[in-house]
Design a protein around this ligand. Structure first.
Ligand SMILES: *Cc1c(COP(=O)(O)O)cnc(C)c1O
Length: 241
């Protein structure tokens, strides 16, 4: 009898193989790379399938959808220790539920949201891990703090008691060529080094998606956020970010 792996497990394996190959090619230690599986718009059953294949970190963009999946998976044996990352735009009236139900938030781009997350983070939980989202290409339609306002935001967030500032996140404007992707992403690494020079102890660069994870690893990523190449394409009419 031949053993047929479930397709999510196979896809996870091939994404992990791409990560390992990119680490070898660019002189990175693959132990420094965390794979975040982006499960937005996908059913809880697929998250469970990925979790049974060993995946622990999941990224979600839409609060209500994410909470529904968390509830659905909470009673599944073996799936208690999943880490949920909120990676979508944050409306301030959602900040309490985000602070209560996630261990990471990658999309903080305003002091006001950070203050609300800190105030709402329950005392019984670890401080909430935060990445600041940077609008690298200054695209007017996109979320993210401008590069020239980043230091000020980072210092304000680092001072909040119930948050732990971990690093930066970006979604660069799409580029096809590896070298262009790498150059674009390298600007986030450079911004991270500037913050470190200001005395901020940051250890996370959240960059790289299905189409540019190799370039992101070349440019210093420590956390790649992969949706399509793990869970398959999303419906075209799903809300886009
Ligand atoms: C959807 C999404 C991803 C995953 O993108 P893919 O191209 O499907 O891998 C990563 N990061 C963020 C912030 C997203 O919204």
């Amino acid at each position: 009898m031949t053993l047929v792996l479930p397709s999510i497990a196979e896809r996870l394996k091939s994404v992990q193989a791409r990560i390992n190959a990119a680490c070898r090619e660019h002189g990175r230690d693959s132990a420094e790379l965390c794979l975040l599986a982006v499960s937005k718009t996908k059913p809880a059953a697929l998250v469970a399938e990925a979790a049974r294949a060993g995946q622990r970190h999941f990224g979600e963009n839409y609060l209500q959808e994410a909470l529904a999946k968390q509830v659905e998976l909470a009673n599944e044996p073996g799936l208690e220790s999943l880490h949920w990352h909120f990676i979508g735009p944050i409306q301030s009236n959602k900040s309490r539920a985000i602070a209560e139900n996630f261990s990471w938030v990658h999309s903080v781009d305003r002091v006001k949201i950070a203050e609300r997350l800190s105030a709402a983070r329950p005392a019984k939980l670890e401080p909430l891990n935060i990445c600041l989202q940077v609008n690298l290409d200054a695209e007017p339609s996109k979320s993210g703090v401008a590069l020239n306002q980043l230091v000020e935001l980072a210092q304000a967030v680092a001072a909040l008691p119930r948050l732990k500032l971990r690093g930066l996140m970006a979604i660069p404007a799409p580029q096809q060529a590896f070298e262009q992707q790498r150059q674009s992403l390298a600007r986030l690494s450079q911004a991270q080094r500037q913050l470190q020079a200001e005395g901020l102890a940051l250890d996370t660069l959240s960059m790289g998606m299905s189409a540019d994870l190799e370039a992101a690893i070349a440019a210093g990523s420590t956390m790649v956020r992969v949706g399509t190449d793990i869970f398959g394409p999303r419906q075209a009419n799903a809300p886009a970010h």
